[in-house]
Design a protein around this ligand. Structure first.
Ligand SMILES: [Zn+2]
Length: 237
């Protein structure tokens, strides 16, 4: 389905993909991003949950650097917002809202009061842009929350598959099924876009073992997955 890219490219306003975490957009739509950029269009990825928590050891800075390198491979720009990842968020008493890794794949906690704050921030920032948002198929609470916020506060042009997995077995990658528009398309991936996507994904060094088992497997797993789906899956509203 090449028309998706042609349709997007014909729009005169800026194209923005929204990602929950550093790596989600490249994993779900890296080849599409590359294809749009190659047509000379300004396209960027806004990653929401990459704030750096105070006073706690973390690798957010390192992950932001990886993201900049990945976006360079795709020919797109990266914007990093300062919202904290679920594992770092605290309630008003300073207690971690999701104290265990398993908790981030449950329903969003009621103490997690992020929704309206995030909604206002995104809607003012993304006004008058073509916005493509994550489908929210990963059970991770950040994906669920972002999908909800995007539906409530933005007018998404389309959704991309944020669970393109390839997945190694992992609790964080368990799928759940949010309502999706009927119109699902597989955006075809040409050779250049496939290579760029693989190069980009490999820049997320800190995540590769978790996602793919090893660096050597990245190309094979991505290629096999895209062959099975016919491209990067998007749902058009
Ligand atoms: Zn994510």
């Amino acid at each position: 389905m090449r028309e998706f890219i042609d349709k997007l490219s014909a729009s005169v306003i800026e194209i923005v993909y929204i990602a929950p975490h550093l790596d989600d957009a490249a994993l779900g739509a890296g080849a599409t991003l590359r294809s749009i950029a190659k047509l000379g269009r300004d396209v960027s990825v806004v990653t929401v949950f990459c704030g750096e928590p105070d006073g706690i050891q973390n690798n957010v800075q390192e992950r932001k650097k990886e993201d900049l390198l990945a976006c360079k491979e795709l020919g797109i720009t990266a914007t990093h917002l300062g919202f904290l990842d679920a594992i770092y968020r605290r309630d008003k008493y300073g207690k971690h809202i999701y104290p265990y890794l398993s908790a981030v794949v449950e329903e969003p906690a009621k103490e997690d009061t992020l929704l309206s704050e995030l909604g206002y921030a995104l809607s003012s920032f993304l006004k008058e842009k073509v916005v493509i948002v994550p489908a929210g198929r990963s059970r991770h609470v950040d994906h669920q929350i972002l999908r909800k916020v995007c539906d409530e506060y933005l007018e998404p042009f389309a959704y991309y598959d944020d669970l393109p997995y390839f997945a190694r077995s992992s609790i964080a990658l368990v799928s759940f099924n949010p309502n999706m528009p009927e119109n699902a398309v597989s955006v075809q991936v040409d050779e250049d876009a496939l290579k760029a996507k693989i190069r980009a994904v490999k820049k997320y060094m800190s995540q590769l073992e978790f996602l793919f088992g090893s660096n050597d497997e990245v190309g094979n797993i991505i290629t096999a997955y895209l062959n099975s789906t016919g491209g990067e899956v998007h749902w058009i509203k």
